[in-house]
Ligand binder design. Sequence first.
Ligand SMILES: *Cc1c(COP(=O)(O)O)cnc(C)c1O
Ligand code: SF4
Length: 339
Amino acid sequence: MATILTPSSISVEGSFDQQIAWQAAMKAAIRSAHTLCEQLGVDPQLACPEAESDFPVFAPQEWVRRIKPNDAHDPLLRQVLAIQEERQEQGEMDPVGDLDSQRGSGLLQKYAGRVLLVTTGACAIHCRYCFRRHFPYSETPKGRQGWETWLSSIADDTSIEEVILSGGDPLTIADSHLAWLSSRLDAIEHVQRLRIHTRVPVVIPQRVCGELLRWLTESRLRTILVLHINHAQEIDSLVDLAVEKLRSAGVVLLNQSVLLKGVNDSVQALKELSLALVDRGIVPYYLHQLDPVRGGMHFEVDDDRAIKLIEDLRGKLPGYAVPRLVREQAGEPSKTVIR
Ligand SMILES: *Cc1c(COP(=O)(O)O)cnc(C)c1O
Ligand code: SF4
């Protein structure tokens, strides 16, 4: 396992000056399974071009650096490498009923009081198990003009207290646009909370730049960032720095993970992850059962094993370090808590 530095071993005063800008990191990302294998000393025969043409490989060097070389079973590599198993016919194109829950294109409401905006189709990493890997992103509104429709329907519905920026990954959008969207939401009186679902601070930590922190802290809204980390090995000293900056800015930090076969389906891996989160001030919020998406079914862990893992975890950790094991079921009024 890669060295995981503790928060005390980094300087909070530090900056990302030595790092290339996040946009350049996106441009320099690895976009081929073959290149990924070659760089990591893994058999290139593992790469599956058909799976890649369904859903391209995308992994920035910042994150790839945390993968152990010469190990085809590395828990990070498995999350991004396109392999033959993805060609299985099982699984659905829209496993959680996203399309039926649209109030307008890209504006999803499944639960009371909160709406979710599919702000972009772009991500800083392509996770092979992604439940939105087949989402018709090209049809959703992009940019300020398109977003006006969302803003007026949110303004018209006083039951909406929380707006969730999702995607894709909202933090792949330029800060000038995000600052505009945030200030427009800020002006809607009944909106109290702005939640951001993102993997970017973990994948490209230098994304947590001054500009991002500025619009996050300027807002009247309580800001909640839900990170997505599946394994403790994803956290390095630059992620620590990003997390510390967000925390110092008063942002509430939660994490959601997906239970993934061959990645984090052991008590040891889940325990290390939970403790790594808690020690950095991040609350382990949800552990999701895999959404049955076409191309991702080889990551599935059955419910009996999942429950056993959570029960074992509960026997080892303080209660606040144990995430809720949940599943998303289309048509239900909330996530379904399994344990
Ligand atoms: C998961 C999800 C949410 C958030 O649910 P919480 O239980 O509040 O975290 C909100 N809207 C949609 C459409 C979702 O899929
Ligand atoms: S970052 Fe999120 S939306 Fe993007 S591919 Fe990964 S799981 Fe899917």
